[in-house]
Design a protein around this ligand. Sequence first.
Ligand code: S3P
Length: 172
Amino acid sequence: MQSNIILIGPMGAGKSSVGKRLAKKLNRKFYDCDKVLEDKTGVAISTIFELEGEDGFRQREAKILEDLMQLENCVLATGGGVVLRAENIHLINSHGITIYLKASVNSQIKRTRHDKKRPLLQTQDRHATLEKLAQQRNPIYEQLADITIDTDNQSISASIEEITNKLNSTNS
Ligand code: S3P
């Protein structure tokens, strides 16, 4: 179990919370792509969207992913839109075990109800926005996943337990 563990999935699936605690449990370093980008630029993701548009953000996101993929033995949480670029998909595919944290739109809405930071969620109709993103992206998450965890009806601890069990059975 030496390669990277890469968490993918939509906003509000719990990639950062699960990733942080999973890394601790497995005694690995944890990196959150969005956080690394914010630390590097010194500004919030929303500011990057404001100044450079989504396209500018995606370019920066791809570069951060490329940098992080040089590491080994880490747990990485990616942003929900990372699967929009073919080069990112290729990187994720070739640099570790990919875990898809799955969440229904209803769960996403509940979990992100107080969110003011994610630019794509600052819309009139969050439900319609998330549905549209899910239709576009869920098939790609599914295709990329080595392991899929349905987070809808379980706690973060339960998801972590399911992941470690599945990782162990993958390795045995
Ligand atoms: C995005 C998801 C966000 C962040 C940005 C765009 C997306 O990350 O990268 O706001 O396109 O789904 P999380 O999935 O960690 O919320």
